[in-house]
Design a protein around this ligand. Structure first.
Ligand code: CUA
Length: 316
């Protein structure tokens, strides 16, 4: 199955849109079949044949019954579509917020996502972790969508429809997947050169796994004596202007928080796997992976680069 298929909904929000889309497809499909069927019939039935006389055929002007039919039927179709659209929008926008709901602030940035869990004190990037929502005891996740620069759009097709992230405005959406798993998404609004590599991963955990993830994210950053020289590189180069590592002097805000960098599967907003080799390439020359990226190349001497990456890999 395609991991981003809108036809495999796994959350109420996505399921409501899916149900609505089936109705729209059925109605528009029926219109298509009737119109193209009549067209094909007319082409075949009334094509020019040998021996046709070339005189003008009889001209028919107006038919009350036909005109009433082709006015009333489309009006009924439009009313049905308007009412079902309004109902679906109401069901999605006015969803109740149960007491167990999790709040997350998602901030769109060129070209990555920042996720903040205000009630948990967690900040992470690009990979959103949420708990499953048991329909008998729902724990949906409500997202507050903000933008730090231009318009982006948050879209995880199997979990919810698209919602824009717009500067100076807070939008909202929610998801309540009943199945654990990994759901893939993508920024769905052109936001600049690397819009296509502004990928999005949502990890849906069982409650126990989510609690474990939360505990791991709340733990302070690892400080290892063996990685001290790499930490020194991190704290004496430009890294700390943009990146934060909780509990150290690094508290930059332009780039992703790196406190638990190694708990993420990917780098560069999902562009590549988070491996030692990719980290080194990313730090030395991020343009090689994401042309136009706002992170500058570091061009460190080999020893400093090795030390720096040895430090980063301790940030579990
Ligand atoms: Cu962010 Cu497209």
């Amino acid at each position: 199955m395609i991991p981003t298929s809108v036809f495999a909904p796994e959350s109420t929000h996505a399921w409501l849109i899916y149900r609505y889309s089936l109705l729209v497809f059925a109605i528009t499909g029926a219109i298509f079949v009737v119109v193209s069927g009549l067209l094909v019939y007319a082409i075949v039935r009334f094509r020019r044949r040998k021996g046709d006389d070339t005189a003008e055929p009889p001209q028919v002007y107006g038919s009350e019954q036909v005109e009433i039919a082709w006015t009333v039927i489309p009006v009924i179709i439009v009313i049905v579509l308007v009412l079902t659209t309004a109902r679906t929008i109401h069901e999605i926008q006015d969803a109740p917020r149960p007491p167990g709901a999790l709040e997350v602030t998602a901030i769109g940035r060129q070209w990555w996502w920042e996720f903040r869990y205000p009630s948990l004190g967690i900040v992470t990037a690009n990979e959103l972790h949420i708990p499953v929502s048991d329909p008998r005891d729902p724990t949906p996740t409500f997202l507050r969508l903000l933008s730090a620069d231009v318009a982006h759009s948050f879209w995880v097709p199997r979990l919810a429809g698209k919602t824009d992230l717009i500067p100076n405005r807070a939008n909202q959406m929610w998801m309540d997947p009943p199945q654990p798993g990994l759901y893939l998404g993508q920024c769905a609004e052109y936001c600049g050169t690397q819009h296509a590599k502004m990928l999005l991963r949502v990890y849906v955990h069982t409650r126990e796994d989510f609690a474990r993830w939360v505990a791991g994210q709340k733990a302070p950053a690892a400080i290892t004596a063996a990685a001290a020289s790499g930490q020194r590189v991190f704290e004496t180069t430009a890294c700390l202007n943009c990146h934060a590592v909780a509990g150290t002097v690094a508290n930059g805000r332009f780039g992703p928080d790196l406190t638990h960098l190694m708990s993420r599967d990917t780098l560069a907003a999902g562009a590549v796997k988070n491996t030692v080799d990719n980290l080194k390439l990313w730090i030395q020359d991020p343009e090689a992976m994401k042309p136009g990226v706002l992170m500058p190349p570091m061009h460190l001497p080999q020893q400093e680069l090795d030390d720096l990456v040895s430090y980063l890999v301790t940030l579990k």
